[in-house]
Design a protein around this ligand. Structure first.
Ligand code: HSE
Length: 438
């Protein structure tokens, strides 16, 4: 049995890269006992070798030339932590063609180019591991791919962007300003290099794409995910949700329905008594509904140096353990055998069915509520709660909020359009979906 250390090369040494070096060093004995071989972080490719990194690099050779790693026959595992798509794809494919195993935390890469990468990896007989791409430190890929392999999964509902959850929590608990909290999330290393990916839901859509593929045995369909972020959620929405008995969470939902698979990412009001509503700050949670296990919830930190490094290092250990296994006997990248994927219909957003919170400003005059409720009735939408608040003093406009029962999205769109045309309705009519029990 080979007892020499396995040499790894890091591409990128930012928050997660430094965390990975630290975790590998701190836990090296435990890691070696688990992997069966020592793991040596031999090289790291960076843009600026003089930049402080927050980790001990005395045993790591820094280079600005990626080929020092990709073309070094001594490097057995390449750990891609640069993020982004084009360069990461090019480097990962080169590593694979050079017969190196790859560990990556790059959700954009897997969600958009996973099929190509896995196919190349299968041809080259190497592994590509990506646990850190989804839900930070929660081992949700392994759980879905292996722990729940006996189930038919019907629904995955997740809080899968730590930055969004951190922002919504700080807004609710401390009344903090959105931009101010986002800046803190960036300083804490939670946010993406381009934080619009977080707040506009793109990061969560990447992760949902991966979860859905693994849960349902379908291809990675990033372009089919309906994506809405949290940038339009106001402090008032957060407070209104609270007063109605809900918390606003940014959710990724992948659901098998009679019409096909729903893939959607958007803010939603979650009833306070539901466990997902209690997931606060940078924590993530993924709720799985499946026929055998029933309902299971996985909770843990969704971003940050050490939690993400926890997943990266677990993947490195997994790769090292399987170095001598026949490629055919490895767990398939997307849980199902690649020639055995389903190609389900994706349900268009107009066809999904859910409940809604609706908010707008209305003139404070007789008949306004009657007009609005008549519109909802005409669109076959049942209202479950309605509140009109009066601020102190003389007001010509007052806030109105209502909750609907479950209805088709197209029915709601029709009602909101008619509502916005009413003279008594002022400004934009806002809606946020409500995630009831399933
Ligand atoms: N920006 C991501 C988040 C990092 O906030 O969840 C972890 O993928």
């Amino acid at each position: 049995m080979n007892s020499s250390p396995v040499k790894i090369g890091l591409l990128g040494l930012g928050t997660v890269g430094a965390g990975t070096v630290n975790v590998l060093a701190r836990n090296q004995d435990e890691i070696q006992r688990r992997a069966g071989r020592a793991i040596q972080c031999a090289k790291a490719c960076v843009q600026d070798v003089s930049k402080p990194r927050g980790c001990d690099l005395s045993a790591v050779q820094l280079t600005t030339n990626v080929h020092d790693i990709l073309d070094d026959p001594e490097i057995g595992v390449v750990v891609e932590l640069i993020g982004g798509e084009a360069t990461a794809r090019e480097w990962v494919l080169r590593a694979i063609r050079n017969k190196k195993h790859v560990v990556t935390a790059n959700k954009a890469l897997i969600a958009k180019h996973g099929q190509e990468i896995f196919s190349e990896a299968n041809k080259a007989g190497v592994m590509v591991a990506f646990e850190a791409a989804v839900a930070g430190g929660i081992p949700i890929i392994k759980t879905l791919r292996e722990g729940l392999a006996g189930n038919r999964v019907s629904r995955v509902t997740g809080i899968i962007n730590g930055t969004c959850n951190f922002i919504l929590t700080e807004m609710r608990e401390k009344g903090r300003d959105f931009t101010d909290v986002l800046q803190e999330a960036q300083q804490l290393g939670y946010a993406e290099a381009d934080p619009t990916f977080d707040i506009e839901g793109v990061d969560a859509a990447h992760k949902l794409t991966i979860l859905a593929a693994i849960a349902f045995g379908m291809p990675l369909l990033f372009d089919s995910v309906y994506t809405e972020g949290v940038s339009t959620v106001t402090a008032e929405d957060v407070a209104n949700a609270e007063s109605l008995g809900y918390r606003i969470k940014h959710l990724g939902i992948a659901s098998q329905t009679e019409k096909g698979v729903e893939l959607r990412v958007h803010p939603a009001l979650v009833p306070k008594q539901r466990l997902l509503a209690s997931v606060e700050g940078v924590m993530n949670a993924v709720e799985i509904q499946a026929d055998a296990v029933g309902e299971a919830l996985f909770y843990g930190p969704g971003a940050g140096a050490d939690p993400t490094a926890s997943a990266v290092v677990a993947d490195i250990v997994d790769v090292v353990r399987q170095l001598t296994a026949d490629p055919e006997n490895r767990v398939p990248h997307l849980a199902f055998q690649p020639d055995n994927l389903n190609h389900p219909a994706i349900v268009p957003m107009e066809e999904i069915e859910t409940a809604y919170y609706v908010y707008c400003l209305v003139s404070d005059q007789p008949g306004v509520l009657a007009d609005i409720t008549a519109i909802f009735a005409a669109h076959k939408i049942s209202i479950s709660a309605i509140e009109q608040h009066h601020a102190a003093g003389v007001q010509s406009q007052v806030p109105l909020m209502l909750l609907t029962k479950t209805t088709k999205e197209s029915n709601l769109q029709g009602a909101l359009k008619e509502m916005a045309d009413l003279e008594s309705v002022k400004g934009k009519v806002k809606r946020i979906r409500v995630e009831l029990e399933h």
